[in-house]
Design a protein around this ligand. Structure first.
Ligand code: NAD
Ligand code: IPM
Ligand code: MN
Length: 356
């Protein structure tokens, strides 16, 4: 029996709506497989909790989460709470506190009709971005000097440690070797004359341990252009925290939008729980209207199953995503459909059952 304890943090806005659909999918998996059992615990943390308590999560929140096999998170962010508070005290606190230094974000076209790129097929858009997820531009370090004076200066420090840089690049090489794929490093050493020079140096050093892995290196500006014009250049990409953040929204744009983009925050050593979430945010512009596309959150369930060693279920969920995307009228409005968040969640579960 594969029994897993899952912490649910639906969070804010559409996070609550899409996690509900993901839980339906998990329960469907449970009902179809007698060897799998999930135990869910709900955590009401987020901006509403903050407005009531002054905290984004319980004081001992990380302790409470530490015994779970995974965390399933919706989204964080609310118009009346400053983003740098809400995100740093919940989402980024978990990523950093649990040393989830690997962020796996597939850029994969699940249905040919979803890409705005003319003439690009499913084979052309199928790669994995491995984003550094613990430091870099997101070190949280900086300074605010002479506030309000004409001499005011603000510093935001990028921190690229030897350990942090080497471990993400090594993880990417291992993955490239395992999958027999080309590995592309995306950096920016021409302008960022410390951090990215170091990044490139570490990439080249680690590469000598993997002579069988083909490598390429791009500057992030040029890489952005190639994401759009020639996405077929990429197989596995490794990049820094901020570049990975921006490039994966671009990746979402070429594969159907944020409604269908997923990300896994992994602590590979399994010392701490890993966290699964859609790439999108709380989308206050559509929250509470049943308009949110749940497929990104459902795809996160596939990543979670893969992480749990249930590859057959991650494959089945991905296959069902492909099946569902054929039925345009059953989709949410962001994909040209007429359905609701709930309606699409139900339709997905129906199709998943049919696959069995
Ligand atoms: P967003 O991802 O919430 O929304 C961007 C646009 O995409 C909006 O027009 C939204 O309606 C649309 N969209 C997003 N997800 C969708 C879905 N599932 N279905 C249909 N349409 C969808 O980004 P934003 O507007 O820049 O940020 C809103 C808030 O979310 C901010 O507070 C931000 O900090 C936060 N945020 C949180 C996370 C996270 O928790 N992981 C990620 C990104 C942004
Ligand atoms: C993401 C989000 C977060 C990030 C924000 C909300 C801090 O944009 O998961 O892509 O920048 O990592
Ligand atoms: Mn982002």
């Amino acid at each position: 029996m594969n029994k897993k304890k899952i912490a649910l943090i639906p969070g804010d806005g559409i996070g609550q709506e899409v996690i509900k659909q993901g839980v339906k999918v998990l329960k469907t998996v449970e009902s179809l497989d007698e060897n799998i059992e999930f135990e869910f615990t709900d955590f009401p943390w987020g901006c509403e909790y903050y407005l009531e308590t002054g905290k984004m999560m319980a004081e001992d929140g990380l302790d409470q989460l530490s015994s779970f096999d995974s965390i399933y998170l919706g989204a964080v962010g609310y118009p009346t709470v400053p983003d740098h508070i809400s995100l740093w005290d919940l989402l980024l606190k978990i990523r950093k506190g649990f040393d989830q230094y690997v962020n796996l974000r597939p850029v994969k076209l699940l249905h040919p009709g979803l890409t705005p790129l003319k003439g690009k097929s499913r084979e052309d858009i199928d790669f994995l971005v491995i984003r550094e997820n613990s430091e870099g531009e997101y070190s949280g370090k900086g300074d605010w000097l002479f506030e309000g004076n004409p001499e005011e200066v603000v510093l935001q420090t990028g921190v690229f440690s030897r350990k942090g840089t080497e471990r993400i690049i090594r993880y990417a090489f291992e993955e490239a070797r395992r999958q027999k794929k080309k590995l592309t490093s995306i950096s920016k050493a021409n302008a960022l004359n410390y951090s990215m020079v170091f990044w490139d140096q570490v990439f080249n050093e680690v590469a000598t341990d993997y002579p069988e892995v083909e490598t390429e290196s791009y500057l992030v500006d040029a890489a952005s252009m190639f994401f759009v014009r020639e996405p077929e250049r990429f197989e596995i990409v490794v990049t820094s925290n901020l570049f990975g953040d921006i490039l994966t929204d671009l990746g979402a744009a070429i594969t159907g939008g944020l409604g269908v983009a997923t990300g896994a925050n992994i602590n590979p050593e399994k010392k701490y729980p890993s966290m699964f979430e859609p790439v999108h945010g709380s989308a206050p512009d559509i929250a509470g209207k049943g308009l949110a596309n749940p497929l990104a959150a459902i795809w996160s369930v596939a990543q979670m199953m893969d992480f749990f060693g249930e590859k057959q279920w991650s494959d089945k969920i991905e296959k069902t995503l492909e099946d569902v995307l054929v039925h345009e009228s059953e989709l949410t409005p962001d994909m040209g459909g007429k359905s609701t968040t709930d309606g699409l969640g139900d339709f997905f579960c129906l199709k998943l059952k049919e696959l069995k």
